[in-house]
Ligand binder design. Structure first.
Ligand code: PGA
Length: 250
């Protein structure tokens, strides 16, 4: 059976500064001490190049979004070749904050993911239901539909990662129960295998939403949880290193 290496990915969102890149040093030391896991930090675009110079060989630096086109008249946007030139090797696409704030559709996310995968970036595609959708019991359908609409066919060859992030768990301190996570991750795995065959069994599925040092081990023990996408607790080495250690121990 294919062993999926755990991935601890940090999403700094619209946070960070050159001064805060000091945190990268401690994070990359922990990444170096955990060669069995992959570790990534996704800072804002303006910090990518500076983060890369501090990351060393064991910490991946990624962006939080990309444009589907390589260049052109798209004011304010950043393309995949630009992200690569900054030295980043990963990208998050379709985060729920972008789906909401920037009105990104599944089709938009799919185009971005296709561009990123074609250029060889590790591409983290986010999906997840809202509180209302969970309350009405439609979460499995919602996520299945997001996957169908957001994943490009290229996923078969590229380095695709899925992040399941229930919106109600993001930044709220509320974490999905292991049973709910297990049910959703199994459903996502089913979708991936149906769509991509054996390759679907190799795609990593991260959980995201209020992951912290003290709940990471329990989440990583859930079948088909191949790591975490972490917001708040990725901003400092203090908070993120215990999550890296939990991934290494899992
Ligand atoms: P959080 O964010 O860890 O702060 O809940 C997760 C995310 O949005 O990726």
């Amino acid at each position: 059976m294919h062993v999926r290496r755990k991935l601890a990915a940090g999403n700094w969102k619209m946070n960070g500064s050159i001064a805060q890149l000091a945190e990268i040093v401690g994070i990359q030391e922990a990444a170096k001490a955990a060669p069995g896991v992959n570790v990534a930090i996704c800072p804002p675009f303006t910090l990518l190049a500076a983060a890369v110079t501090r990351a060393g060989g064991h910490l991946l630096i990624g962006a939080q979004d990309c444009h589907p086109r390589p260049s052109g008249a798209h004011t304010g946007c950043v393309s995949v070749p630009m992200i690569k030139e900054a030295g980043a090797r990963a990208v998050i696409v379709g985060h729920s904050e972008r789906r909401t704030d920037q009105h990104e559709s599944d089709a938009d996310v799919r185009a971005k993911a296709a561009a990123a995968l074609a250029e060889g970036l590790l591409t983290i595609v986010c999906v997840g239901e809202s509180a209302d959708q969970r309350d009405t019991g439609t979460q499995l359908e919602v996520v299945a539909r997001q996957l169908q609409g957001s994943l490009p066919d290229l996923a078969r060859d590229g380095e695709l990662v899925i992040a399941y992030e229930p919106i109600w768990a993001i930044g709220t301190g509320k974490v999905a129960t292991p049973a709910d996570v297990a049910q959703m991750h199994a459903a996502i795995r089913g979708e991936l295998v149906q769509r991509f065959g054996d390759a679907g069994g190799r795609i990593r599925i991260l959980y995201g939403g209020s992951v912290k040092g003290d709940n990471a081990a329990e989440l990583f023990a859930v079948p088909d949880v191949d790591g975490a996408l972490v917001g708040g607790a990725s901003l400092t080495a203090d908070k993120f290193v215990p999550i890296i250690k939990a991934a290494a121990a899992a």
